[in-house]
Design a protein around this ligand. Structure first.
Ligand code: SF4
Ligand code: SF4
Length: 138
């Protein structure tokens, strides 16, 4: 595994580019518990939350809907997350996703999108493993 043998550097600059996709077909996965936390944080009804922000991906899975521009619905005009304190695990664990850290090519590919990759201090392996574990349990 690439992340186990290499020393990976990462420091988020807050640029917001990981919240800007290039397709409205992309989704941020949310568990039912995460969705409910976000809804409560926004203080809106379940019906309106589902209609305005969620897309059903399959019978049991929901995702946060992207805007037609490919931006996350919760990215504000200043490039900040409007639900930062209750953002989903998928966002909290970025860039420590299997497809990003398991191979060098995955890591370097993602570095084209995220300017925090290969910047700053070496991230302890323990932290990377912990993020991967949290993501897999979600
Ligand atoms: S793209 Fe990378 S550097 Fe920019 S906000 Fe996202 S994690 Fe941080
Ligand atoms: S929920 Fe927040 S952190 Fe996650 S993609 Fe949307 S704007 Fe970014």
């Amino acid at each position: 595994m690439f992340y186990k043998t290499e020393k990976l550097r990462f420091e988020c600059t807050g640029c917001g580019d990981c919240c800007r996709g290039n397709s409205s077909q992309y989704y941020v996965y949310v568990s039912p518990q995460e969705a409910d936390k976000i809804r409560a944080f926004l203080g809106i009804s379940e019906a309106w939350f589902r209609c305005r922000y969620l897309a059903r991906l399959d019978a049991m899975t929901f995702g946060i809907r992207m805007m037609p521009t490919g931006h996350c619905s919760f990215l504000d005009s200043a490039g900040k997350c409007r639900i930062y304190s209750v953002r989903p695990i998928q966002c909290r664990t970025y860039p420590w996703w299997p497809e990003v850290v398991e191979t060098r090519s995955g890591w370097q590919y993602e570095a084209k999108r995220c300017e925090g990759i290969n910047r700053g201090a070496i991230v302890p392996l323990k932290k990377i493993k912990s993020a991967l574990k949290r993501l897999s349990k979600n």
